[in-house]
Design a protein around this ligand. Structure first.
Ligand code: AMP
Ligand code: GLY
Length: 416
């Protein structure tokens, strides 16, 4: 098959690495891709995707980023007869609108934080004063992972309301907001394959959202990840399947929506019970960078079964190993940072039995330069989390670029 991956981050680098191993993959393209992806795929400049797909006889498109899904890229390609992995526009609302997701969960009794919806600043503030803190304020729409404010005090929450609704820090995404109960527990990410009928969870993982060690500092897209996450015991996975994954697919069906693709459930484990923090309509990043290296089955076969509605017949097998990803970021991320610094040590790091996935890099002449907040994912696989952590950090230490920042405590919860 001729396969096209949409996107150009660490998640798409992991997807390209895995898809290129499939005997079904004859030719792989990525739009726009990145220098890491170019090892496995021909990277092509952005152009109307349908045009490109027709011109190059693309048989399968795998969509990485949420924005394309929410805009309806999957619908457009599917209508043109091109097999596409990624939910349609209606299904992608589960990530595109927090209000849609929360209302759906409420209607179908899927465990999540209690919440209220507001379109009005005064009412929102009155509610916060009555409810007290900690409390969580969320912009309804897509905000590149930044539209959530976990407020420790009432003042902080009220500030957040003003920033989101009046100053429009996230544009129209903040026209409406969700204010919800603070859930105190440990987080985990449970990604799942679904064809809209059957839903099969992948290996559970845990992401590190805060920028600094000890989970301090601003929220980022994710500074590292590991899998499996010990917090997700077999019992909790079972509960998540029965109380969250299967019911949400059934709920969507009941609303006339068929969800096909990867469904990402961000969970909070509170006293042994999984509750939904959020749903994403796509693979997580960096979670994908640790989950896919543990997948032993052919990803393309699984993807095709999701599209064709035959996931029930798929055998999906996983390695018993553990995987750890340390994100090497630009100092200053997730706020202002500089880019364009040369990266050294990539080959040496790779020779230490690791995968180096590119997230924000570009190639200029023969040099690889930093080109984003998250620059690289250093991924190691080993028989347990501890040895995978050691391996990943050994490799991270031979990579250098100016202003490099990374967390030194990835997987700390699993090592406790
Ligand atoms: P989200 O963008 O929805 O993933 O939210 C970003 C982060 O905010 C999550 O990963 C959690 O760490 C935190 N968060 C979101 N909602 C809640 C909640 N109701 N209680 C506690 N923490 C939350
Ligand atoms: N790592 C969080 C996300 O992909 O949304």
């Amino acid at each position: 098959m001729n396969i096209l991956i949409i996107g150009g981050g660490g998640r798409e680098n992991a997807l390209a690495w895995k898809i290129a191993q499939s005997p079904k993959c004859k030719k792989l393209y990525a739009m726009p891709g990145n220098p890491g992806i170019s090892e496995f795929a021909e990277c092509v400049a952005d152009e109307p995707i349908l045009n490109f797909a027709k011109k190059n006889s693309i048989d399968l498109v795998v969509i990485g980023p949420e924005a394309s899904l929410v805009e309806g890229l999957s619908d457009e390609l599917t209508a043109a007869g091109i097999k596409t992995f990624g939910p349609n526009k209606a299904a992608a609302q589960i990530e595109g609108s927090k209000i849609f997701a929360k209302n759906l969960m409420k209607k179908y009794n899927i465990p999540t934080a209690t919440y209220e919806i507001f379109e009005d600043v005064t009412r929102a503030c009155r509610y916060i004063k009555a409810a007290g803190a900690p409390i969580v304020v969320k912009a309804d729409g897509l905000a590149a992972g930044k539209g959530v404010i976990v407020a420790k005090t009432v003042d902080e929450a009220i500030n957040a309301v003003f920033e989101v609704m009046e100053q429009k820090n996230f544009g129209d995404a903040g026209n409406r907001i969700v204010i919800e109960e603070f859930m105190d527990g440990e987080e985990a990410s449970l990604l799942a394959f679904t064809d809209g009928k059957t839903i099969i969870p992948m290996i559970p993982s845990q992401d590190h959202k805060r920028v600094n060690d000890g989970d301090e500092g601003l929220n980022t897209g994710g500074m590292g990840a590991y899998a499996p996450a010990p917090i997700m015991t077999e019992e909790i996975i079972k509960k998540a399947e029965e109380k969250i994954l299967k019911p949400i697919i059934a709920a969507l069906n009941n609303e006339g929506i068929t969800y096909k693709g990867c469904l990402y459930a961000g969970l909070m484990i509170v006293n042994g019970e999984p509750k939904v923090v959020e749903f994403n309509a796509r693979f997580g990043d960096p979670e994908t960078q640790v989950v896919l290296p543990l997948l032993e089955s052919d990803l393309v076969e699984i993807i095709l079964s999701c599209i064709d509605g035959t996931l029930e017949d798929q055998k999906i097998s996983w390695s018993n190993d553990s995987a750890v990803c340390v994100v090497l970021a630009s100092k200053g991320y997730p706020q202002k940072f500089e880019k364009g610094f040369e990266i050294d040590g990539l080959n040496k790091a790779k020779s230490l039995d690791t995968l180096i996935f590119h997230a924000g890099t570009k190639k200029v002449d023969d040099k690889i330069l930093t080109n984003g907040g998250r620059v690289l994912g250093v991924v190691a696989k080993s028989e347990n989390i501890k040895s995978a952590v050691d391996k990943a950090y050994k490799a991270a230490e031979v990579i250098h670029f100016e202003n490099m920042h990374f967390r030194k405590d990835i997987a700390h919860r699993a090592l406790k």
